[in-house]
Design a protein around this ligand. Structure first.
Ligand code: HEM
Ligand SMILES: *[C@@H]1O[C@H](CO)[C@@H](O)[C@H](O)[C@H]1NC(C)=O
Ligand SMILES: *[C@@H]1O[C@H](CO)[C@@H](O)[C@H](O)[C@H]1NC(C)=O
Length: 539
C-alpha cells in the first residue's frame, strides 16, 4: 500500500497545516453568525442554533430545516413572535446567513430606511452571487436601471407587447381547435415571457433573433442554480469553483453581448445630450439605459459591455418573477373553487367586451378596463408570492441600528419581513386562505382597518395590481418597490386576456401544490390541457 502514498510525511504535515489555516480563516471570515442580535428568539424552536454553545451540526441542521420548509418556519415565527409585535431569527439554506424577520408594525420602518442604513443591492448581489455569476453586471456605481425602468413609456409599448403575446402564445400552445393539447405551463409561458421581455428590453428585430433568445433564456434559467452552488462553496474557494461552473453563463452572456453591444453603441452615438431634444423619445429599455448612461460621470456606467450585462441581469429579474405570477394565476383560475365559479369564463367575457369597446386594439385605456383580470392576478400574487420572506435588506450603517421595538441590529445583519404569512393572515384579509379572484375589484366604501394601521382590501374598494402596501408586499413596498411592476402588469394582463379569448383550458380536479425550496415557491410545474377556440367561438 505504501507505493500508493501520494505525499511524503513532511508534505502531508504542510498540507494539513495549510488546510487548518484555510479553515480557520474561513471561519473567521464567516462573520454572518456574529452579527446575530443577542436575546432574539429563533425558529425552528426545537434547535438551539443561535446559542454560543451548542452541539456540533446544530446550525447545519437548522439550515437544512429551512431547505425542507422555509415558509413553514416563517409561519411558525410569525404566529409565535411577530403577532406579538416581536422580531425573530430564521436560518437560510440558500445564503447560510440568518435573517431577522420583523413584525408587521415594523414594515413601514424598514421600507422607509435610506440606502445608507439598509441595502437592497447587497442582498441581491449575495442571493444571486452576482459577483461571480455576472461580474460586470452588478459592479456598477449607480442603480440607474431603476430610473430607466421608471421612464419606460408604457403606452408606446402596448401594441408591441400585444403583438408578441399573440405570436408567442400561438407558437407555444398551437392552433389545434379540435383536440386538447397537453402543454407544460412553466416552460411554455417562460418562452413567451422571454420573447415579450426582449421586445421591451431590446426591441425588434433583435427580440426575434433565435440565437439571442436562446442565449438569454439559457442564462436566466441557470443563474440561480449556479448561485446556490457558489454560496455552498467555502468563500476562499469560490473564485475557483465559480470559474468552472459559470462557463455556460459566460458563453451565453458573450452571445447576448455580441448582439446588444452594437445597438448600445449606436444608441450612444446618436444620443449625445445635445441630440436628445431632437431625437424621438427612447422606447426600449436598452435605449433608456443608453441615454441615462451618457450622463453618468463613471466610466463603468458608460461602458457598453457593462450595460449589456446589466440588461441581462435585469432580464433574469423580470422574466422569472413574471412567469411565476402568470403560472399561478392560470392554475388558480382553472382549479376549484374558481373553476366551478367560472372565473375563466368571466375573464373571457371581460376581455371580449373590452376588445369590442376598443375596436379590437389594445391601448393603455383598454388595459385599464381589465379590472377583473387585474384583480385575479393580484389575488394569485397574494396567495403565492415567489418567496415567503421579502423586503430583504442588509444593515450597512456603521455601528448598526436600533429597531423601533428596541433591539439592536449590528452592521451586516440581514433583515426581512414575513410576506406570505402577512398575505394569508385572517386578521388582515377576510377568508385569507381562499382564492377569491375578484376580491380586489369590489366597489364598497373604504373603511378604516384594524388598529387603524391597515385596511382590509376587501372593504377598501378597488385596489390595483400595482398598488403596494404594508399588507400587500408581492412587489415590495416603499422606496425600493419593484419598478418593473407596471410593465409586468401590462404583460400579464395582455397574456391572460389573449389566452382567455383564444384558448380553452381543461379545469383541474384540484389545485396542484407548488414546488418549494427554502422559502421559495418554484411554481407549478404541472402540465395542463389546452385547446384553441374555433374562430366562430372567439369574437
Ligand atoms: C410579477 C412580476 C414581478 C414581481 C412579483 C416582482 C417582485 C419584486 C420584488 C419583491 C422586488 C423587491 C422589492 C423590495 O425588496 O422591496 C423587486 C425588485 C425589483 N424588480 Fe421586480 N418583480 C416583477 C417584475 C419585474 C420586472 C418585469 C422588472 C423589470 C422590467 C423588475 C425589475 C426589478 C428591479 C430592477 C428591482 C430592484 C429595485 C431596486 O433596487 O430598488 N421586476 N421586484
Ligand atoms: C459579458 O460579456 C461582456 C463582453 O465580453 C463582458 O464585458 C462582461 O463582463 C460579461 N459579463 C458577464 C455577466 O459575464
Ligand atoms: C394604485 O396605483 C396607481 C398607479 O400608481 C395610483 O394611481 C392609485 O392612486 C393607487 N391606488 C391606491 C388605492 O393606492
Amino acid at each position: 500500500m505504501e507505493g500508493t502514498l501520494l505525499l511524503t510525511p513532511a508534505a502531508f504535515r504542510t498540507a494539513t497545516l495549510a488546510l487548518l489555516l484555510a479553515a480557520w480563516i474561513y471561519f473567521r471570515r464567516s462573520t454572518a453568525w456574529r452579527v446575530l442580535p443577542e436575546g432574539m428568539p429563533w425558529v425552528p424552536a426545537d434547535l438551539p442554533w443561535t446559542r454560543k454553545f451548542q452541539l456540533p451540526f446544530t446550525r447545519v441542521r437548522a439550515h437544512l430545516r429551512d431547505f425542507q420548509g422555509g415558509s413553514d418556519l416563517a409561519y411558525e415565527g410569525y404566529k409565535t413572535y411577530n403577532k406579538a409585535g416581536k422580531p425573530f431569527v430564521v436560518p437560510s439554506f440558500v445564503t447560510w446567513q440568518p435573517e431577522v424577520v420583523l413584525p408587521l408594525a415594523q414594515v413601514k420602518w424598514l421600507v422607509d430606511q435610506p440606502d445608507t442604513v439598509t441595502s437592497i443591492d447587497r442582498c441581491l448581489v449575495k442571493d444571486l452571487e452576482f459577483l461571480y455569476t455576472a461580474p460586470a453586471a452588478w459592479q456598477f456605481t449607480r442603480p440607474f436601471h431603476v430610473e430607466a425602468i421608471n421612464k419606460l413609456r408604457l403606452d408606446s409599448l402596448v401594441e408591441d407587447i400585444a403583438e408578441e403575446v399573440q405570436a408567442g402564445v400561438d407558437e407555444q400552445w398551437g392552433l389545434d381547435g379540435d383536440a386538447w393539447t397537453e402543454i407544460n405551463i412553466h416552460s411554455t409561458m417562460l418562452a413567451v415571457l422571454v420573447r415579450i421581455t426582449a421586445r421591451v428590453f431590446v426591441g425588434s428585430p433583435l427580440c426575434h433573433d433565435a440565437e439571442f433568445l436562446e442565449a438569454a433564456a439559457n442564462f436566466i434559467s441557470s443563474i440561480s442554480g449556479k448561485a446556490i452552488i457558489i454560496s455552498f462553496t467555502p468563500e476562499l474557494l469560490r473564485p475557483l469553483v465559480a470559474k468552472f461552473i459559470t462557463k455556460g453563463l459566460k458563453r451565453w452572456n458573450e452571445t447576448c453581448a455580441k448582439h446588444m453591444v452594437p445597438l448600445i453603441k449606436e444608441e450612444r452615438l446618436h444620443r449625445r445630450p445635445s441630440d436628445q431634444r431632437t431625437m424621438p423619445p427612447p422606447k426600449t429599455l436598452l435605449e433608456q439605459l443608453s441615454r441615462l448612461a451618457v450622463r453618468s460621470t463613471h466610466a463603468k456606467d458608460r461602458d457598453p459591455f457593462s450595460l449589456s450585462s446589466r440588461l441581462l441581469a435585469l432580464n433574469f429579474v423580470a422574466v422569472h418573477t413574471s412567469n411565476h405570477a402568470l403560472e399561478n394565476a392560470l392554475v388558480d383560475m382553472v382549479s376549484p373553487p374558481a373553476s366551478t365559479a367560472s372565473v375563466f369564463a368571466e375573464l373571457r367575457a371581460e376581455a371580449e367586451e373590452v376588445m369590442q369597446q376598443n375596436h379590437g386594439t389594445w391601448s393603455k385605456t383598454a388595459i385599464g378596463q381589465l379590472v377583473k383580470t387585474d384583480s385575479a392576478l393580484r389575488e394569485s400574487l397574494r396567495l403565492n408570492t415567489f418567496k415567503a420572506r421579502g423586503v430583504e435588506r442588509i444593515i450597512v450603517k456603521k455601528g448598526g441600528v436600533v429597531l423601533p421595538s428596541g433591539q439592536y441590529l449590528a452592521e451586516g445583519t440581514k433583515v426581512g419581513v414575513p410576506v406570505l404569512p402577512i398575505h394569508r393572515d385572517p386578521e388582515l384579509y377576510d377568508d385569507a386562505m381562499s382564492y377569491e379572484a375578484f376580491r380586489f375589484c369590489t366597489t364598497n366604501e373604504v373603511a378604516g382597518g384594524k388598529n387603524g394601521r391597515t385596511e382590509s382590501p376587501r372593504r377598501a374598494g378597488h385596489v390595483e395590481l400595482v398598488n403596494t402596501s404594508e399588507t400587500f408586499l408581492a412587489f415590495g413596498h416603499g422606496r425600493h418597490a419593484c419598478p418593473g411592476r407596471f410593465v409586468a402588469a401590462y404583460e400579464l394582463k395582455l397574456m391572460v386576456a389573449y389566452i382567455a379569448m383564444h384558448y380553452d383550458i381543461e379545469p383541474l380536479a384540484s389545485r396542484p401544490e407548488n414546488g418549494k425550496f427554502s422559502d421559495f415557491s418554484i411554481g407549478s410545474m404541472h402540465d395542463i390541457r389546452v385547446r384553441r377556440r374555433k374562430p366562430e367561438e372567439s369574437k
